[in-house]
Write a protein that binds this ligand. Structure first.
Ligand code: 5GP
Ligand code: SF4
Ligand code: MG
Length: 457
C-alpha cells in the first residue's frame, strides 16, 4: 500500500490526489482521501484506481488545509469498500482518520480481545484494530494514547493518523516499511515514496525513523519515540520490485540499487549469450546493469502493454496467467535466432518467468538463460507484502535447475544474498540495514513481538 499526508496547504486534497497518483503502483484495489478543514474530517473513497475513484469527486467539497490519503493492495482483510482507507471514525470528541501500510502480526489476537471486551469492528482491516486501541488508551487522541496503542501492536507499519488539528506519522520499531517527510513551502508532506514529493514539487527533508512518532500541527513538527531506537530493517523487496525507480528509499535511489543488483548478478552468474533483455518495467534497471557489466548489448526484447495492471496483484492464479499474456509481448525481430539472458527482478510463483521464456522461444529465441536479480524467495512475508504461503513459492520447493525445467529455461541463476545486500546498502553509518526474511528466513520481528535485531544508540 501507499500512504500520503499533507499539513498546511490550501490545496491539500488535490495535492494528495497527485501524490497518490504517483504511488498508484503500490496498490490498485482502492484509494481514498480524508481532509480536515480544522473543524471537521471528510472522506472520499472508492474501489479501483486513483483516477477512477476521483473522476467525479468535487474537490470543492474536500476543502481543507490538511489531508491523508491511501492506495490499497490487499494482503490482509477483504477487498470490499469497507476496507478502503483512510478509515474515518467520528466520535463526540472529534474525528480520527487512519491510513496504514504494512501488516500487523497480532491483529487476530487483538481483535479477539477487543471483541471480548465488547467492541464491534466494522472492517476486517488491521487498521481498525489500532483505532480501537487508541480510543481505549484514553479519551483524547495524543502522543501518549497513540504510543500506548502502538506498543500493543506487533508487525511492520507506517501509519498516518489525522485529527482536526494534528497529524501523526509513525513507523514500526524495525523500520521495515518506508516513510519519508518532505516540505512544500510552509507545508509538511509525508509519503511512502519520495516520488510523491517530486510529483508535487516538494523537497525531501528526512526519513521517519524506526520507533518514531512525528506530530505535525500549525505549531510545526515534533518528534517523540514510542520504542527504543533500533537498527533499521528496510524491506529489501522495496528495492527489488515494489518502489518506483525514481524514489529514494532510506536514502538509496531505487534505480541505482537495481542497477547494482544487475552488475553483481553479471559478476556472479555470467553466461555466453548475444543480448540481455529485461522484463518491463521493474527489471529494466537490473538488465541495464547486467548488460553494462557483461559487455553484452541491452535490447528491448519484450514490450509491455501499458494498459494492463500489475499481474501480481490479481487475486487468482488464472487471472495472473492471463494478465502476463496480455501484458507482455516479445519483439520477434530482436529475439529471433538469439541467445538471450533474460533478467527478472524476482521469482515468486514462477508465473511471469514461465510465460516469458515460452514467449521468447515461440518468437524464435535459440536459448533463454534466466537471471534473477534477487535471491530465491523461500519464506512467507508477514510484513505486508503478498507472499504468504510457502506452498506457492516456487523457490521454496525447487532448486534453480528444477525451476529451469519447470519454466523451460536453458539455465537459471539467482543473485546471492550478500550480492543483494551490498547492492542496497550504500552507507552503513546511516543505518541502512535491510530485511531479507523472505529469502534468508531471518525475521527481524517475531510473532510474539520480540525484535531480533541489535539495538544501537
Ligand atoms: P511470479 O510471476 O514469479 O509469481 O512473480 C514474479 C514477478 O512478480 C516479477 O516479475 C516481479 O516483478 C513481480 N513481483 C515480485 N515480487 C512481488 C511482490 O512482492 N509484490 C508484487 N506485487 N509483485 C511482485
Ligand atoms: Fe520485504 Fe521480504 Fe522482509 Fe517481507 S520478508 S518485508 S517482502 S524483505
Ligand atoms: Mg516484473
Amino acid at each position: 500500500c501507499g500512504v500520503f499526508g499533507i499539513w498546511g496547504h490550501e490545496k491539500a486534497a488535490e495535492l494528495t490526489y497527485y501524490g497518490l497518483h504517483s504511488m498508484q503502483h503500490r496498490g490498485q484495489e482502492g484509494a481514498g482521501i480524508v481532509v480536515s478543514d480544522g473543524k471537521e474530517l471528510k472522506a472520499h473513497k472508492g474501489l479501483g484506481l486513483v483516477n477512477d475513484v476521483f473522476k467525479h469527486a468535487k474537490f470543492d467539497d474536500l476543502a481543507g488545509q490538511s489531508a491523508v490519503g491511501h492506495v490499497r493492495y490487499t494482503t490482509q482483510g477483504g477487498r470490499g469498500i469497507e476496507n478502503v482507507q483512510p478509515l474515518l471514525f467520528q466520535s463526540q470528541s472529534g474525528g480520527l482518520a487512519l491510513a496504514h501500510n504494512g501488516n500487523l502480526m497480532n491483529a487476530h489476537k487483538l481483535r479477539g480481545e477487543l471483541e471480548e471486551q465488547g467492541s464491534i469492528l466494522q472492517t476486517s482491516s488491521d487498521t481498525e484494530v489500532l483505532a480501537h486501541l487508541i480510543k481505549r488508551s484514553g479519551n483524547k487522541t495524543n502522543e501518549e494514547t497513540i504510543a500506548n496503542a502502538l506498543n500493543q501492536v506487533v508487525g511492520a507499519y507506517a501509519y498516518l493518523i489525522m485529527k482536526e488539528d494534528k497529524m501523526y506519522a509513525a513507523l514500526d520499531p524495525a523500520g521495515i516499511r518506508p516513510l519519508s517527510i518532505g516540505r512544500l513551502g510552509d507545508a509538511y508532506v509525508v509519503a511512502s515514496e519520495t516520488c510523491a514529493f517530486d510529483q508535487i514539487g516538494a523537497t525531501f527533508e528526512r526519513e521517519v525513523l524506526p520507533g518514531e512518532l512525528v506530530t505535525i500541527s500549525d505549531e510545526g513538527i515534533k518528534s517523540t519515540r514510542f520504542a527504543p531506537r533500533n537498527g533499521r530493517k528496510m524491506c529489501a523487496m522495496e528495492y527489488v520490485y515494489l518502489s518506483r525507480p525514481d524514489s529514494n528509499v532510506n536514502h538509496v535511489n531505487v534505480h541505482s540499487s537495481r542497477k547494482r543488483m544487475g552488475i553483481e548478478l553479471a559478476k556472479e552468474s555470467p553466461v555466453e549469450a548475444d543480448i540481455v533483455v529485461g522484463v518491463p518495467d521493474s527489471s529494466i534497471s537490473a538488465a541495464i546493469g547486467y548488460a553494462e557489466e557483461s559487455g553484452l548489448p541491452y535490447e528491448m526484447g519484450i514490450i509491455k502493454n501499458r494498459y494492463v495492471g500489475r499481474t501480481f496483484i490479481q487475486p487468482s492464479q488464472e487471472l495472473r496467467e492471463l494478465g502476463v499474456k496480455l501484458k507482455l509481448s516479445p519483439v520477434r525481430g530482436i529475439v529471433e535466432g538469439k541467445r538471450i539472458v533474460m533478467i527478472d527482478d524476482s521469482i515468486v510463483r514462477g508465473t511471469t518467468s514461465r510465460r516469458i521464456v515460452q514467449m521468447l522461444k515461440d518468437a524464435g529465441a535459440l536459448e533463454v538463460h534466466v537471471r534473477i536479480a534477487s535471491p530465491a524467495i523461500k519464506n512467507p512475508c508477514y510484513y505486508g507484502i503478498d507472499m504468504s504461503t510457502r506452498k506457492e513459492l516456487i523457490g521454496a520447493n525447487n532448486t534453480p535447475e528444477e525451476i529451469g525445467e519447470i519454466i523451460g529455461a536453458d539455465s537459471v541463476a539467482y543473485l546471492s544474498e550478500t550480492g543483494l545486500e551490498e547492492a542496497i546498502v550504500k552507507d552503513k553509518t546511516i543505518n541502512q540495514g535491510v530485511c531479507m526474511a523472505c529469502m534468508t528466513g531471518n525475521y527481524p520481528v517475531t510473532k510474539d513481538g520480540e525484535t531480533e535485531i541489535q539495538y544501537t544508540k
